[in-house]
Ligand binder design. Structure first.
Ligand SMILES: [Zn+2]
Length: 103
């Protein structure tokens, strides 16, 4: 759905790797938590930043997408399952994607 919606609105779709630690990564200092069970909706990083799990993940995914565009990275990297042959099911159901405005 994101592919055709991005086409409608003149956006480029950048697919972030399924295993990108979007929730566990502190968007402020870059630390990555070892674990973050799904029932933990807010957490405080060692740097003192209080994160809403989903808002932090959304910011990290946007930053990763913008970095991929800025670095000329592949806009459509192969999906994990087609690269490794294994089924890739992350603990969270949502795909890690961000719509990036065309320049
Ligand atoms: Zn931090």
């Amino acid at each position: 759905m994101l592919e055709y919606k991005c086409a409608w609105y003149g956006r480029d779709l950048v697919v972030v790797d399924r295993w990108f630690p979007s929730s566990k990564l502190c968007g402020t200092c870059g630390e990555i938590r070892e674990s973050l069970p799904l029932n933990v909706r807010e957490w405080t990083c060692a740097c003192g930043t209080l994160h809403d799990r989903d808002v932090n993940a959304a910011r990290n995914i946007l930053a990763a997408g913008l970095a991929a565009v800025a670095c000329g990275g592949g806009v459509r990297p192969q999906r994990e399952s087609s690269r490794t042959g294994r089924s890739s099911t992350k603990q969270e159901a949502q795909r890690a994607t961000a719509g990036i405005p065309r320049r």
